[in-house]
Design a binder for this molecule. Structure first.
Ligand code: EPU
Length: 362
């Protein structure tokens, strides 16, 4: 276990915000987590788990001890007539895992290509794109309870996945935070935020694979290319091309992907908005609610391409906030949050809808 002090985090978050970790521990194996928890000096302090830093806004130096997850490794855990189960370390790069599974001939993750971040972060916000969410390919995960140092496994139901949501985004009820044993059961609202660290993720890839082309941009692409039944690699290439055209590459322009979740409203609320704004982009959901495109709402309020201080709204996709500073003079988390609040206010004033930020604000 390597403990570092006063570590710059600018390269550890895709927004490129300059901040420091007072103490940072690089976790290469599950044993590193056990060692850290056995070190009374470190374990007494609050802990903060950092993956690829692609879904966080740093508003200052990080005082909790940062666990930088760097557990590597990917392997085929099981093959049956019906599926492959693949296991990967939390520190693997998500996109490299997607690419590798396809190279092995195991399709299923192609719609999730080019999503920034690490494998360990993928279940936390149930990453999703182009009609597929992590939960659709999830088998189980291995984690360590930070209160007791006990390893444990969670299946999909126990992860309580929702839209950009899981048990890892919710705080534990107070009684459990104070207890020493593992929570007996999990469910939405039970909460493991700050309580556990994911070490490995297992994905179940079905052999009766079919391309998932329900998303309009992909279907349009299929028609343009004149391909009837694309291979997983073709879908992967299309997804990469669509993302590159719409979303800024964090290596070039700092950002944390979509900054707000797409809100859902009741059909009545939606009718009300359509009466005033007939062009509003909306999708009916299986549960009867209507999902609205937050990007459209922000765009309609005139924010696309705007800059406030060193924070900006991406000019090709209003849902993405970007760093318009330089590495030497980068945007601060405060500037990003000021812009985010201004956007929330104008969307609320015009549409009566409260946008909820997607990234974790630290
Ligand atoms: N739109 C506008 N103006 C904009 C942006 C979008 O009018 O500035 C309209 C688009 O024309 C489209 C609709 O809004 O009709 C939806 O936009 P898009 O297809 O780009 O998808 P999204 O809802 O903005 C979501 C995810 C993305 C994911 C894409 C593809 C969320 C918060 N975002 O974006 O996820 O890649 O769908 O599935 O759910 C992320 O989470 O970081 C992320 C990039």
């Amino acid at each position: 276990m390597l403990v570092e002090k006063n570590v710059p985090l600018q390269r550890c978050n895709t927004f490129g915000i300059a901040a420091r970790a007072h103490t940072l521990v690089r976790v290469h194996t599950p044993q590193d987590v056990h060692d850290l928890l056995a070190d009374h000096r470190l374990a007494r302090q609050p802990l903060f788990v950092l993956g690829g830093g692609s879904n966080i806004v740093l508003t200052g130096d990080v005082k909790p001890v940062v666990l930088k997850m760097e557990i590597k490794g990917r392997r085929l855990l099981e093959e049956t007539e019906r599926h492959w189960i693949v296991e990967a370390g939390a520190g693997e790069t998500w996109h490299e895992l997607v690419d590798w599974t396809l190279a092995q001939g195991w399709p299923g993750l192609e719609n999730l290509a080019l999503i920034p971040g690490t494998v360990g972060a993928a279940p936390v916000q149930n990453i999703g794109a182009y009609g597929v969410e992590l939960q659709d390919r999830f088998h189980s995960l291995l984690a360590i309870d930070l209160a007791t140092s006990q390893p444990f496994t969670l299946d999909a139901a126990q992860c309580a996945f929702g839209y950009r949501d899981s048990v890892f985004k919710h705080a534990a009820p107070l009684a459990e935070q104070e207890g020493t044993g593992l929570p007996g059961h999990w469910g939405r609202g039970m909460g493991l935020a700050g309580r556990a660290v994911i070490t490995h993720v297992r994905l179940l890839l079905r052999k009766d694979w079919r391309p998932e082309l329900g998303y309009l941009d992909l279907e349009r692409r299929r028609q343009e290319e004149g391909v009837d039944r694309p291979t997983a690699r073709q879908v992967f290439d299309w997804v990469c091309a669509i993302r590159r055209a719409k979303l800024p590459d964090p290596a070039v322009i700092g950002n944390a992907g979509s900054f707000f979740k797409n809100p859902t409203v009741s059909p009545e609320q939606c009718q009300d908005i359509i009466a005033r704004d007939p062009k509003i982009v909306h999708y009916p959901m299986a549960d009867g609610s209507i999902k609205l495109a937050a990007g459209w709402l922000i765009d309609a309020c005139g924010w696309k391409g705007k800059t406030v201080g060193r924070a900006g709204v991406y000019d090709k996709q209003a849902l993405v906030l970007v760093n318009r500073g330089t590495p030497e003079d980068s945007v601060t988390g405060g500037e990003v949050m000021t812009l985010a609040r201004a956007i929330q206010t104008s969307v609320y004033e015009r549409f009566g809808i409260r946008l909820e930020p997607e990234p974790v604000v630290v």
